[in-house]
Design a protein around this ligand. Structure first.
Ligand code: IVH
Length: 698
């Protein structure tokens, strides 16, 4: 390659790699597959080797990707994430050299053989596909957890990590006084599927894979939310181990004896043949693991040998990662359908000639949106590559151009709604059908959502709703309450028993709490958690309907987009009429007696809670809102006070000291509240004597 052409390509590759590194580590929303990323990185490494005059310390080949600065993320989930304090790593947190080729693993082994005089073995491990974490235990107590960040400094996520159930707060046995240990935070498939199902219910974009879900969850601002995400941890590296242990395996065995989560799926291998057997074994067996792995890590086991081999700027010379290629299939794209969701969003879906992939038959794959279709340049009749790398819905990753039929034409994205014919409108990257009240798919979608398990829990799924809709019986949720046994019995497949069960489930909806009713209404961007916050904050549908956008913005975790959406929904006459019809049917439109406002003692106060209390943290938050206060996850200039229970986060305390924000004990806090009024859910410790000094803080 010419020198000038090489320079152009190097610049191009650096810019593509930095952009995609940001999308991967910061946005949790990768645009290209790991394989494509690694291939481009290898191309850059090759060019920098051939043209050393273009080497630069700022090249992505020399720096690890950075997960810092969550505030610039595009991902709606992490938009909520608080600012984390950044701290320096005691030892730089490096990455691993990686390869997809067994011959490069052989080269790694050959280099080690050549450099090392002494005998050595390999410790082969799984390469866990999550997000890296560095834990510090001081005198056996978990004191700090940092993300990798840019390798030099990471985000302090200690409070969140404390809520991950398999990470011990305290070690036992003969642990050292000062221990730093590194590993991976993972989201098991089960938790990932549940989270994405919930996000789909809530009309939120799904996470692309468990890795993104894990790193997004780790950066949430509310540790209680993190606790619900079902994250787990596995540890694999003690940076200072070479001082204390003679082998890496010994260090991990010791760590496990102190109560730390260390995977047992590792093996000491003597020679490259055993390493290859380990890789072959796990290429198959990993499919039965409950969490994602994307390869094997081969480490030289002896500490003395590790010291001899040392490090490059970016990774150790004593280890290499062999990555498995995501399973791929190639099949014919037979047609493209355009699906209309309950929000009117139109999603292109590829209908494929059925093909086996990772143990299941794949017939459909998402094409996401018009831009993605253009980027892939897919055409009906093409042979396309399909991958399932952890995602629920398989995706198309490329086209086999060699097999493109001559007549294959570029698909035209519809200009009108495929269901009702209304001209589509574009919002950001998505096309929407604006016929909210007349488009059958949207109407049915909203009804299905209303009946959902987490909403009103009515015995009516997709098929039943279509039946009701097609018979002209139901157009909006309130219509469900006007159905008669006679009407149902006249429909195909209905019998006395099923009719009775349906009406029983309908009757039960009168006991559904207001927060679920609000969720069931299907207000755009109002998921289950947001509905709960809004319901608790205002107490009734009437109060919500009377709220201004500014007042809606006062609710915890409600931003501009959600506030506007709720405001518009509530001020639409058709929705008001629907609400009145539901009220007439006895549906709860206010929080239950005894669950509403208790007082205005905390009106205008923004409270951050930290540590453990005599009641659960959720109950404490509820208590704050029921006394008119607002909960917030992080300390800022707007915080009125920090409510500190047992073992509060030291970082929060330090930030309060810095900003001069008062810190109240549970007792002092209780003293601010009027004495009467029941505890929200748990039994509450009786309020202590009022503390005059604390009151004067306001
Ligand atoms: S050892 C000095 N072992 O893969 C390097 N890393 O692509 C210490 N990873 O940054 C890392 N499984 O986040 C190591 N068994 C394992 C691993 C592992 C996953 C991650 C880790 C690392 C990345 C490199």
């Amino acid at each position: 390659m010419e020198k000038s052409a090489a320079k152009i390509r190097i610049d191009e590759l650096r810019s593509i790699l930095w952009e995609n590194s940001r999308r991967y580590y910061v946005d949790n929303n990768p645009a290209i597959s790991d394989y494509e990323f690694d291939t481009l990185m290898h191309e850059l490494e090759g060019l920098e080797q051939s043209f050393p005059e273009f080497q630069s310390p700022d090249s992505p080949t020399r720096k690890v990707g950075s997960d810092l600065d969550a505030s610039i993320t595009e991902n709606a989930e992490t938009l909520k994430s608080g600012e984390f304090v950044k701290r320096e790593h005691r030892y730089p947190m490096l990455s691993l050299g990686n390869t997809y080729s067994i011959s490069e693993v052989e080269e790694f082994a050959a280099r080690a053989d050549k450099t090392l005089d002494e005998d050595f073995s390999y410790c082969c491990e799984l390469k866990f596909d999550g997000t890296a974490i560095c834990l510090t235990y001081t005198k056996g107590i978990l004191t700090r957890a940092l993300t990798r960040g840019d390798g030099v400094q990471g985000d302090d996520v200690t409070e969140n990590v404390r809520r991950i159930s398999n990470i011990p707060q305290k070690l036992h046995g003969d642990f050292p006084d000062d221990l730093e240990i590194r590993g991976e935070i993972l989201m098991p498939y089960k938790a990932f599927d549940a989270l994405n199902a919930e996000r789909a219910d809530n009309d939120e974009p799904p996470f692309a894979n468990p890795r993104n879900a894990a790193s997004g969850s780790l950066k949430l601002s509310d540790p209680d939310e993190v606790a619900k995400r079902g994250l787990m941890c596995t540890l694999y590296h003690i940076p200072a181990q070479s001082v204390t242990f003679s082998t890496h395996d010994e260090a991990l065995t010791k760590a496990a004896s102190w109560g730390l989560p260390v995977s047992e799926d590792r093996r000491i291998c003597h020679g490259i043949a055993e390493v290859k057997a380990f890789i072959d074994h796990w290429d198959i067996q990993r499919k039965f693991l409950p969490y994602a792995t994307d390869g094997c890590v081969i480490k030289i086991n002896e500490m003395q040998a590790q010291r001899t081999l040392g490090y490059t700027a970016k990774s150790p010379r004593w280890a290499v990662a062999y990555k498995f290629k995501a399973e791929q299939a190639c099949t014919e794209l037979q047609s493209i359908s355009y699906q209309v969701g309950r929000t009117g969003a139109v999603t292109p879906v590829a209908n494929l000639a059925p093909v086996q992939l990772s143990g299941t038959v794949v017939k459909r794959a998402t094409l996401n949106n018009e831009e993605q279709m253009a980027l892939l340049d897919v055409r009906v009749g093409d042979f396309v590559y399909v991958e399932k790398g952890g995602e629920i819905i398989p995706k198309i990753t490329g086209v086999n151009l060699a097999k493109r039929p001559e007549e294959a034409a570029k698909p035209a994205f519809p200009e009108v709604c495929p269901d009702c014919g209304t001209p589509l409108v574009k919002v950001d990257a998505k096309w929407f059908c604006p016929n909210i009240d007349g488009c059958p798919q949207q109407i049915k979608g909203r009804l299905i959502h209303f009946c959902g398990r987490k909403a009103m829990n009515i015995l009516a799924g997709e098929a039943t709703i279509s039946q009701f809709y097609d018979a002209g019986l139901v157009r909006c949720p309130a219509d469900l309450y006007n159905l008669s046994s006679y009407q149902l019995l006249s429909l195909e497949g209905w019998q006395e028993k099923s009719v009775q069960r349906f009406f029983e489930s309908l009757d039960e909806t009168r006991n559904v709490p207001f927060e679920s009713v609000l969720f069931a209404m299907g207000i755009r961007f109002v998921g289950e958690t947001t509905a709960r916050s809004i319901a608790r904050h205002f107490g009734s549908i009437d109060a919500i309907a009377a709220a201004t956008v500014e007042q809606l913005l006062e609710v915890d975790d409600v931003g501009e987009v959600i506030a506007r959406s709720v405001f518009e929904y509530m001020n639409d006459p058709a929705h008001r009429e629907e609400t009145e019809r539901l009220r007439a049917k006895g549906i709860r439109l206010a929080v239950e007696e005894g669950k509403g406002r208790l007082s205005a003692a905390l009106e205008g106060k923004t409270v951050v809670i930290s540590g453990n209390f005599s009641i659960s943290r959720d109950a404490m938050k509820e208590l704050i809102t029921r006394h008119g206060g607002k909960n917030s996850g992080s300390i800022s200039g707007k915080t009125s006070f920090l409510l500190a229970g047992a073992k509060p986060g030291p970082e929060k305390i330090r930030k309060c000291e810095q900003l001069g924000i008062p810190v109240l004990s549970e007792e002092a806090f209780m003293a601010l509240l009027p004495e009467e009024g029941p505890a929200p859910t748990d039994t509450m410790a009786s309020p202590a004597e009022p503390v005059a000094e604390q009151l004067s803080l306001f």
